[in-house]
Design a protein around this ligand. Structure first.
Ligand code: HEM
Length: 447
């Protein structure tokens, strides 16, 4: 089916939903050159991402634009380069490292909590989440505190991404010098310097034999001649893009949904009290790695939020050879767009799809088919390398934040979604905090 539905720029999510609603699970966009097709069935996503993944690469407009910033990093590369990079980075994401992720996540959340007004008040939870997740990336993957270098690196990455998003929306011939392109070149130059500074600082501190963080692994690969210095820069930038804003978005959207659904928040609070012993003003003790298996409701709230607001709301692939997907022949060169945001809203798999109901992920959890469609971290060999990292981090940050405070919507505040590189709240997200406990008293309402 060939589609002609206006509105992609103004409202990309609504645009995708309208396309699927009007034309079905396989929809071709009227494009002048190679075909672009939106695939919306779980079977089609599975075919491309898992079963026949070798037939599909990442040379798409989406990843091409990102690679203007990341170079050939793990997220955007293909084939042998990708395999080699994944092998190098994988040990940094091994489950034995998750204890450190847990520790750093709780510490970062504790620092954020300390900035929250003890008597309650309005805070921008998105700004707080961005700061906390940056600290966790810095301390776990780059093996040290995020100093000015790290902050500059993130600022430069965000600046470059902003230009790139504009470019995906209005593709211009590559030779045309535009203000946007000049801005991108400047941002990338700043980013190169900031990445080099992060590396130099780490080198100056010295590499120890048992350092197993991502930066240490990459530096050793450079020293062994297995990775070019540009590759090291590309992976640093990729990690910032893939592992910082995504996790912050997941946290922010979870807090937003819990604020909207006080019943769900009360269930999480009950769990936190039971696990962390929180009858005092502080909401008990800080959570730790060992508590994760008991924080079932807290993690389910994160998973349900990733269903409704998957930060990576679209992924794309390009056919390297001809393939048949959902009974439709797609020639080599076809770009397919797969949207977790759409997959997660199929009513036959997720009844009342717009309702925030963390219980879906508790007990037995999702059924087999719904599990196949649930793809906030992608699927197949290109599954997010940071999936477990992100789930540990978000669950523990949330537990640490909510053990002592409850969150509530700010009256009159409109929450708007920007679906750009990731799905983000436009202009931050303000919530009203209330201290959850007053020695022996019950859950308190916002002032
Ligand atoms: C809630 C947080 C996160 C979400 C929603 C998310 C989502 C995703 C998705 C959907 C993909 C697959 C893209 C595709 O198939 O085209 C992906 C890949 C990737 N993610 Fe994540 N991610 C998250 C956190 C992280 C973290 C914490 C890191 C690292 C610190 C990370 C690093 C990566 C990398 C390097 C890839 C590329 C993997 C490969 O192709 O081998 N992500 N992520």
């Amino acid at each position: 089916m060939v589609a002609a539905v206006p509105g992609i720029r103004a409202d990309p999510l609504g645009f995708l939903a309208r396309l699927r609603g009007r034309y079905g699970d396989v929809v071709a966009f009227p494009m002048p050159r190679d075909p672009v097709v939106l695939l919306s069935s779980p079977a089609a996503a599975r075919r491309v991402l898992v079963e026949n993944h070798r037939a599909w690469g990442k040379r798409t407009a989406q990843y091409g634009a990102l690679s203007a910033v990341t170079g050939t990093g793990l997220l955007t590369s293909d084939g042998e380069v990708w395999r080699e990079r994944r092998r190098t980075a994988q040990p940094a994401f091994h489950p034995r490292g998750l204890g450190v992720v847990a520790e750093q996540s709780v510490a970062a959340a504790g620092r954020l909590r300390a900035t929250w007004p003890a008597a309650g008040g309005v805070v921008d939870v998105d700004a707080g989440a961005l700061q906390a997740t940056l600290e966790v990336v810095g301390r776990t993957l780059f093996g040290g505190e995020v100093t000015d270098d790290g902050e500059r690196l993130v600022a430069a990455v965000l600046e470059a991404l902003e230009v790139v998003v504009g470019r995906v929306r209005t593709p211009l011939p590559a030779w045309l010098p535009t203000p946007a392109r000049r801005r991108l070149r400047r941002a990338v130059a700043t980013l190169d310097v900031a990445a080099a500074d992060v590396v130099a600082r780490r080198r100056a501190r010295g590499l120890h034999e048992d350092d197993g963080d991502l930066l240490a692994l990459l530096l050793r690969a450079v020293d062994a001649g297995d990775l070019a210095p540009e590759g090291l820069r590309d992976e640093l930038v990729t990690t910032v893009i893939a592992g910082h804003e995504t996790v912050a978005s997941a946290l922010t959207w979870t807090l937003h949904l819990l604020a909207e659904e006080q019943g769900a928040q009360a269930r999480v609070a009950e769990e936190l009290d039971a696990v962390l012993g929180g009858a005092d003003e502080d909401g008990g003790r800080a959570p730790a790695w060992a508590d994760l298996r008991s924080l079932v409701r807290t993690r389910a709230a994160v998973e349900e939020s990733l269903r409704l607001f998957p930060p990576a709301w679209v992924v794309s692939r390009r056919a390297l050879v001809d393939d048949v997907v959902d009974g439709v022949a797609l020639p080599a060169g076809t770009t397919v767009i797969i949207s977790p945001w759409l997959l997660h809203r199929r009513p036959e798999l997720f009844p009342d799809p717009e309702v925030f109901r963390p219980e879906r992920f508790e007990g037995e959890g999702l059924g087999r088919e719904a599990r196949g469609a649930y793809t906030p971290f992608g699927a197949g060999p290109r599954l997010c390398i940071g999936r477990d990292f992100a789930l540990v981090e978000t669950t523990l940050v949330l537990a640490e934040l909510l053990r002592g405070a409850s969150v509530h919507p700010v009256p009159g505040e409109r929450v708007r979604v920007d679906a750009l590189v990731t799905m983000r709240p436009r202009d931050g997200l303000r919530l009203r905090l209330a201290p959850r406990r007053r020695a022996g008293a019950g859950v308190s309402a916002p002032a």
